[in-house]
Design a protein around this ligand. Structure first.
Ligand SMILES: Nc1ncnc2c1ncn2[C@@H]1O[C@H](COP(=O)(O)OP(=O)(O)O)[C@@H](O)[C@H]1O
Ligand SMILES: Cc1ncsc1CCOP(=O)(O)O
Ligand SMILES: [Mg+2]
Length: 263
C-alpha cells in the first residue's frame, strides 16, 4: 500500500480522460477533481488522439454505450496502449446482459487494460464463473471472491479490483483485501464509477505500478466513505454523497492510516 500516492497526485494534478455514462458523469468528474486529479470527458471520436496524448490515464466506463461509442472506446484504448497511458475498464452490468459481456470481452482482446474494476457480478462474468448478477449491482453468488478476482486477472493479464463490502485486488498471483467502507456506498448510484476513475488518477502517478495504484485508490475511497458515515451517524444517502465529495478533497494520509484495514 502506497499512501504517498495521494500526496503525489495532489501535487501533480494529472489529467484523466474518461468515457463516462450519462447517469453518473457529474459524480465521476467531481470525484476526480475532489481527490486532486483533472477530469476530461469526450464523446467525439475525431479528437481521440489529442485527448489521449494530453492525458495521463484513461478510464473507460461501459455503463451506457451505443454501438457507435464502442468504436470510440476501442480507438481510445488502442491509442492509450500506443502512448503508454494506463487504461482502467469498468464493465458495468456485464453480469446481467449478455450483449454487454460480449462487447467487453471483445474490447479486452482489442487492447490491453491495466486495471479492471467491477463488482462481484461483473468480475465473475468476465471470469466465466456462475453468479446471479442483478442489473448494475453485484447480486448473489457463492463463489470464492479471491479465486474469482485472481482468475479474471490471469485471464486478462491485468490487475483486477473486485469491489464490495471487502475490495479484493489481485494481479493474478498476489491478493490484497481492503476492508474499509460503508453500506451507504450502495445507496449512491455512481460509487463504483467514481472509484474506477479515481483508480485512474492514482495510476496516472504510479510509475507503472498498477497493483499499488489499485490498492491505494480502493483504500482511500473506501476509507473516505467510512469516515463520512461515522461522522453522519445516520443512513442519509443524499448527505452521504455530498459529504463524500468534501471528504475526498480534505482527507489526509494520516486520516486514512488511522482507520486503514487491509491485509
Ligand atoms: N456493503 C458495503 N460495505 C462497505 N463498502 C462497500 C459496500 N458495498 C460497496 N462498498 C464500497 O463501495 C464502492 C463501490 O463499490 P461497488 O458497490 O462494488 O461498485 P458498483 O457501484 O459498481 O456496484 C467501493 O469502494 C466498495 O468498497
Ligand atoms: C444506473 C446505471 N445505468 C447504466 S450505468 C448506471 C450507473 C452505474 O453506476 P455504478 O455502477 O457506479 O453504481
Ligand atoms: Mg458499477
Amino acid at each position: 500500500m502506497k499512501l504517498s500516492l495521494l500526496t503525489k497526485l495532489r501535487q501533480q494534478n494529472p489529467i484523466v480522460l474518461n468515457i463516462s455514462n450519462f447517469v453518473t458523469v457529474q459524480d465521476v468528474a467531481n470525484g476526480i477533481n475532489a481527490i486532486g486529479g483533472s477530469p476530461i470527458m469526450s464523446e467525439e471520436i475525431a479528437e481521440t488522439e489529442a485527448m489521449v496524448q494530453m492525458s495521463r490515464a484513461v478510464a473507460l466506463n461501459l455503463g451506457a454505450f451505443t454501438e457507435a461509442q464502442v468504436a470510440h472506446i476501442r480507438k481510445m484504448g488502442r491509442l492509450a496502449n500506443e502512448y503508454g497511458k494506463p487504461v482502467i475498464l469498468d464493465p458495468v452490468a456485464v453480469g446481467a446482459v449478455k450483449y454487454r459481456l460480449e462487447v467487453a470481452q471483445r474490447l479486452l482482446t482489442d487492447f490491453q487494460v491495466s486495471v479492471i474494476r467491477g463488482n462481484a457480478g461483473e468480475i465473475a462474468a468476465l471470469a466465466e464463473v456462475d453468479w446471479a448478477a442483478k442489473g448494475i449491482d453485484a447480486g448473489e453468488g457463492s463463489g470464492d471472491l479471491v479465486e474469482i478476482a485472481k482468475a479474471a486477472a490471469s485471464r486478462y493479464h491485468c490487475v483486477v479490483i473486485l469491489s464490495g463490502p471487502t475490495d479484493v485486488i489481485s494481479d493474478g498471483k498476489n491478493v490484497v483485501k481492503v476492508e474499509n467502507g460503508t453500506p451507504l456506498f450502495q445507496l449512491h448510484v455512481g460509487s463504483g464509477d467514481m472509484l474506477s476513475s479515481i483508480v485512474g488518477v492514482f495510476d496516472a502517478v504510479a510509475d507503472g505500478d498498477d497493483f499499488e495504484a489499485a490498492q491505494t485508490a480502493c483504500l482511500v475511497f473506501a476509507a473516505s466513505g467510512q469516515l463520512v458515515a461515522e461522522e453522519l451517524g445516520a443512513e442519509l444517502p443524499g448527505t452521504f454523497s455530498m459529504k463524500l465529495m468534501d471528504k475526498l478533497h480534505l482527507v489526509t494520509e494520516a486520516d486514512i492510516e488511522k482507520i486503514a484495514k487491509f491485509k
